[in-house]
Design a protein around this ligand. Structure first.
Ligand code: CU
Length: 157
């Protein structure tokens, strides 16, 4: 079978690009420890409310002044629906879902995560004073557009 010289050139070029891409992944995996997440916190989505970690959703202040907020997402609401935290203080959000995949986006900030049933999502950030809209940004069903909450950041600390 005859293969034109230019066709061979492009075949070898495309093959070389694939080798470089796979090689990059291999080097990053070995030398920089780039691995899939292995310390994933799980939870039984059918017993979230009985689980001590989510038995009392809301805001708690730790001894060091940092704030922790536990949130349960469900069709079609967040619990709690209104969250009050102090400004310029590290706030750790811990979230889980009792049913389907939801989103948790604090509009106008860098607070944004996916909430997947069976897993605990967590992120830490801090806020300037103000009132922020929290929306679900993963389509979760017919009432998705009504799934919202409010974050009130009060001057503090
Ligand atoms: Cu939704």
């Amino acid at each position: 079978m005859h293969i034109d010289l230019y066709e061979k050139f492009w075949m070898w070029g495309a093959g070389a690009i694939i080798v470089v891409f796979l090689g990059t992944i291999g080097v990053a995996t070995v030398s920089q420890g780039r691995l899939p997440p292995s310390h994933v916190e799980t939870i039984d989505p059918t017993t979230v409310r009985a689980d001590a970690r989510f038995a009392a959703p809301g805001v708690t202040t730790n001894d060091d002044g940092s704030v922790e907020v536990t949130v349960i997402a469900m069709l079609f609401a967040f619990q709690p629906n209104e969250i009050r935290v102090p400004s310029n203080t590290p706030v750790t959000f811990r979230l889980t879902s009792t049913d389907v995949v939801h989103g948790f986006q604090i509009v106008g900030t860098n607070g944004n995560t996916m909430i997947i049933p069976g897993y605990v999502s967590q992120f830490t950030t801090s806020f300037e004073p103000g009132e922020y809209l929290i929306t679900c940004n993963e389509y979760c069903g017919l009432g998705h557009h009504m799934m919202a909450a409010t974050l009130i950041v009060e001057e503090g600390a």
